[in-house]
Structures are given as structure tokens and as C-alpha cells.
Ligand binder design. Structure first.
Ligand code: TYD
Length: 210
């Protein structure tokens, strides 16, 4: 199906393997855009709507195994709802929308990580969002071992975070391939650096988009 929007605001998505520090960087981005006078809506995937948050609980529950295609379908089901109820209406109101993950995560985790065929994900993407794409995607790139240390320090692992390093190597590889394929949309930010250095890189990106 085709999704159309009379967007005035911008749609920015944040991506990275678990432990890349997205949540901290999202806070900075949100504040910086608000300081520039933009109305900002912060949201996340999977989730962002009441139904999407229920799907998120099922998807992240570490006691619940599921087929890789079921996982992909649920991610895109949550996304369809998210676009319809949250993202497109906010953009139409002229707001800037920042989403903690979007479709690149499906290509990285379900495609790279789980090994689902790219053409199946292409079909789902086309079905759920037509030609609609983020205006900008910030991909926070971190070495798998460092990402792992960071998540272990914060909270118990969810179903994805329990995966082995080899899974995250494939996810990271798939993100880097996406960044290579869509260089004008996806900006790679080296998150192996200190938080201060990452913030400097992010400030440069923010200056360029505002
Ligand atoms: P994440 O965004 O890392 O949230 P938190 O910071 O609370 O852990 O968790 C979402 C998980 O969902 C993450 O491990 C990646 C996964 N995911 C996919 O596998 N495919 C997708 O399409 C999306 C949006 C997320």
C-alpha cells in the first residue's frame, strides 16, 4: 500500500546494536531540537502505540521463543500501527519525530541477525510504508564487545540482548551495509569514543539539519 503524508516536520531515526548508547544520544538530540524551537515527538520501536507496546512485550520477553518470520511480521505489524497512529499524524502537524529504531532495525536484526531473506523484508517494507523513509537516520556504531559491556552494566538482558556475540556481529555488519547502501540518509557515528566525543559528532549533525 502507499502511505502519503504532507510532512512539514522531519523524521529522524536512531539505530545501533544493543549497548550503542542510543537512549543517551536520543536525549541530547531531543533537547537540541527543542532548543532550536522545534516541536518534537519522541517515540520508539517496537512500540510507540498501546498495541505496539503490547507487541514489544511479547517480542522482548526472554522466555518466549518464536519463528524468525513471526518476529519480523510482529515488528512490521507494530510499525504499521505506529505509522498510522503516531508518526504520520505528528509529521502532518509539522512536528519533528525522533524514533528510537525503525525499519533499518528489521533489516539488521531479522535480516542480518536471524538470516531472513532481504526480499521478504523488502516486501514487508513496501507493504507497510510504501516509499516513506526517514529524512535522516543516525547509526551509532559500536564494537560488539563494548556494546555488550555497556548493556551488562545497566539491566537484565531481554530476548535480543541474550543473543551471542556472533549474532550482534551479523547485526552490526547488516547496519554497516545499509549505511553503505543509503549514504545520504544514514549517518554513521562512531560510538566507540567517549560520550563527549560522540556528543561532539552529534552536535555537528544537528547543526547541519537545523
Ligand atoms: P531497544 O531499542 O534496544 O530498547 P532498550 O534500550 O529498552 O533495550 O530494544 C528493542 C529490541 O528490539 C532491540 O534488541 C532490537 C530489536 N528490534 C528488532 O529486532 N527489529 C526491529 O525491527 C526493531 C524495531 C527492534
Amino acid at each position: 500500500m502507499t502511505v502519503s503524508t504532507t510532512a512539514k516536520g522531519k523524521f529522524i531515526t536512531l539505530e545501533g546494536i544493543d549497548g550503542a548508547g542510543k537512549t543517551t544520544h536520543l536525549g541530547w538530540l531531543d533537547r537540541a531540537l527543542r532548543d532550536k524551537g522545534h516541536k518534537v515527538m519522541v517515540t520508539r520501536e517496537p512500540g510507540g502505540t498501546p498495541l505496539g507496546e503490547k507487541l514489544r512485550e511479547l517480542l522482548l520477553d526472554s522466555g518466549r521463543a518464536m519463528h524468525a518470520e513471526t518476529e519480523a511480521l510482529l515488528m512490521f505489524a507494530a510499525r504499521r500501527e505506529h505509522l498510522d497512529k503516531v508518526i504520520l499524524p505528528a509529521l502532518a502537524r509539522g512536528e519533528w519525530v525522533i524514533s528510537d529504531r525503525f525499519t533499518d532495525a528489521s533489516f539488521a536484526y531479522q535480516g542480518g541477525g536471524r538470516g531472513l531473506a532481504g526480499h521478504k523484508l523488502d516486501d514487508l517494507e513496501r507493504w507497510v510504508q510504501g516509499d516513506f523513509q526517514p529524512d535522516l537516520t543516525l547509526y551509532f556504531d559500536v564494537a560488539v564487545k563494548l556494546g555488550r559491556q555497556r548493556i551488562n552494566a545497566i539491566k537484565p538482558a531481554d530476548r535480543f540482548e541474550k543473543e551471542q556475540d556472533a549474532f550482534f556481529e551479523r547485526v552490526r555488519e547488516a547496519y554497516l551495509e545499509r549505511a553503505h547502501k543509503f549514504p545520504s540518509r544514514i549517518r554513521v557515528i562512531d560510538s566507540n569514543q567517549s560520550l563527549e566525543e560522540v556528543k561532539k559528532s552529534l552536535d555537528k549533525v544537528i547543526l547541519a539539519i537545523c
